[in-house]
Design a protein around this ligand. Structure first.
Ligand code: SF4
Length: 81
């Protein structure tokens, strides 16, 4: 389990989260920022920094945003065996 950045980040990419992340695990995937699920230490520091409230703990990701979880795993090569 880890934190996930959802679709409100798309084309916003404020990057306030990047500035506060202690392990530099938030990367630019192109259209939006994504959190490396392996590197993230689940500190939650990024959540209140996001101006569009796009960051959720994985189990709290809204139903309509579940694909954000798969996108992050795919971007970092997770979930492919
Ligand atoms: Fe970085 Fe902490 Fe946010 Fe994970 S929860 S992305 S470690 S700031």
């Amino acid at each position: 389990m880890t934190y996930v950045i959802t679709s409100p980040c798309t084309d916003v990419k404020d990057r306030s989260c990047v500035d506060v992340c202690p392990v530099d695990c938030i990367h630019d995937s192109g259209s939006q920022m994504v959190i490396d699920p392996v590197e993230c230490i689940d500190c939650g520091a990024c959540v209140p920094e996001c101006p569009v409230e796009a960051i959720f703990f994985e189990t709290d990701v809204p139903d309509g945003e579940r694909e954000s979880v798969a996108r992050a795993e795919s971007f970092f090569g997770q979930g492919n065996g």
